[in-house]
Design a protein around this ligand. Structure first.
Ligand code: BTN
Length: 221
């Protein structure tokens, strides 16, 4: 499939959303720098030079958006393991090493007249770039610099293998995702006991009351 590279762009996800009609299924859009990188829940994703910022377009045989998010998370963990980094998933789909964020995933649905046309998965991985204090990078953790293209290739190869496998056995993807979460069912965070974990929400309980939450920050306060 095709790879499109930009020195600088507003956001690779935005580019794919605006141009999906003219792009092939499986196209990857990479940028060295993003000037308006976007994160989940309307947050800003700082994307300076040295990081891996890219998006993948899916137009055919579409599955649920979460399929792509989980697949990306599992792929990231696997390539990080190759780089000797034992990372975990912080629910729902942030990749953490110890207490610090290494990578984030932003999956967006492209729809027209209420019909899903395509799905774009945007991945940001801190590699050689500077990060805010709550983040970390592959180079900080390993004390080495990495070629961005090498990491992208590792990702694409692993992703393709996992894609073929997990399309056939999607329930195994959910099992793999749950297995790699930092916290699990019955864990207690700030007095909230986790009763149920799905990719969309958590059900937590405190003082006998159940609460449905969509962001972990609702527990961290
Ligand atoms: C998050 O953690 O909130 C998700 C961050 C996703 C960042 C990536 S970088 C490539 C793609 N383009 C964007 O604007 N965002 C995603």
């Amino acid at each position: 499939s095709k790879l499109i590279c930009f020195e600088k762009i507003n956001s690779t996800n935005t580019y794919v959303k605006e141009n999906y009609k003219n792009l092939d299924n499986g196209t990857i859009v990479l940028a060295k720098v993003q000037t308006q990188g976007r994160g989940r829940l309307g947050r800003v994703w700082i994307s300076q030079e040295g990081g891996l910022w890219f998006s993948i377009l899916f137009k055919k045989n579409l599955k649920y958006p979460n399929f792509y998010t989980k697949l990306s998370a599992i792929t990231l963990l696997s390539i990080l393991k190759n780089l000797k980094i034992s990372a975990k998933i912080k629910w729902p789909n942030d990749i953490f090493f110890k207490e610090k964020k290494l990578s984030g995933i932003l999956t967006e649905i492209i729809s027209k007249n209420g019909k899903v046309q395509a799905i774009v998965v945007g991945i940001g991985l801190n590699v050689n770039n500077e990060t805010p204090p709550e983040g970390t990078s592959v180079s900080k953790v390993t004390e080495k610099k990495f070629e961005i293209n090498l990491i992208l290739n590792l990702f694409i190869n692993k992703f393709n293998i996992y894609y073929k496998f997990f399309r056939l056995f999607p329930f195994l993807l959910t099992i793999a995702w749950k297995k790699n979460l930092i916290f699990k069912r019955n864990d207690i965070i700030n007095g909230y006991k986790i009763k149920k974990i799905t990719s969309e929400y958590l059900i937590v309980e405190k003082n006998g009351l159940n609460k449905k939450i969509k962001s972990i920050h609702e527990l961290e306060g």
